[in-house]
Design a protein around this ligand. Structure first.
Ligand SMILES: Nc1ncnc2c1ncn2[C@@H]1O[C@H](COP(=O)(O)OP(=O)(O)OP(=O)(O)O)[C@@H](O)[C@H]1O
Length: 210
């Protein structure tokens, strides 16, 4: 005898066919937080940063640059003559000397003290001393205290405190005098009034060093 099944006979669970016509819009999309690439990629961004840094450095340098205030008063330049020294390299032939003088005279006039010349600076000088009087015009002739009058000729170099020029006596008592107070040719050092060497005002003494 056949056994009867207990319970209600159920049909198979109907298979749900995917509706191919319906667009797949029910599943919400995950929004991924992705980094936006900058144009040019990471390398370009880094380069940009580097560029920015450079600009900052440049700006800082610009700020740090000291402002040089130049006093154009000729009298003050006269007072700024600190010392004179006998010229080194004496004993040239007269012919060569004359040639040199001729060339030098062309340079004399509205000369301006300029920056960065001989490189013979002392290492202990401040920035202020370095740049002082960088554009102050020089007088054609100078005299300080009771010194003889000197005509300013070519530039010899620049030290930590000032710049050195050839000074030639305008009216020498002995045109062959090479050393001492009567020397025909000396080295004149010009300092700006605001330099360390002029802390107590411009000097009025003069001396010729050998
Ligand atoms: N008598 C001289 N003969 C030839 N050149 C000179 C003479 N005196 C100075 N100079 C030139 O001028 C430059 C500056 O000289 P200066 O004496 O000012 O140097 P410094 O000792 O470095 O400066 P500072 O005395 O201010 O510290 C020298 O490097 C040199 O080239």
């Amino acid at each position: 005898m056949p056994q009867l099944r207990s319970g209600v006979r159920r049909g198979r669970r109907p298979t749900i066919k995917p509706d191919l016509d319906e667009p797949d819009i029910k599943k919400p999309r995950t929004v991924r937080a992705t980094r936006q690439r900058r144009p040019g990629g990471r390398r370009a961004v880094q380069n940009n940063n580097r560029g920015n840094n450079q600009k900052e450095v440049a700006d800082v340098k610009g700020i740090v640059q000291p402002v040089v205030v130049v006093d154009d008063d000729d009298d003050e330049n006269e007072n700024a003559v600190k010392k004179t020294t006998s010229l080194s390299g004496q004993g040239q032939g007269e012919e060569q000397k004359e040639e040199e003088i001729r060339v030098l005279k062309e340079e004399v006039g509205e000369k301006e003290m300029d920056e960065y010349d001989s490189g013979g600076r002392s290492g202990d000088k401040g920035v202020g001393a370095e740049d002082e009087g960088s554009t102050a015009p020089l007088p054609e002739k100078v005299q300080v205290g009771g010194s003889p009058m000197y005509r300013i000729e070519r530039k010899l170099g620049k030290g930590g405190f000032g710049q050195v020029y050839v000074g030639r006596r305008t009216n020498p008592s002995n045109p062959h005098e090479r050393t001492g107070p009567g020397a025909v040719e000396v080295a004149l050092k010009f300092e700006h009034r605001s330099s360390k060497g002029c802390n107590y005002g411009p000097p009025y003494e003069w001396q010729v060093y050998k």
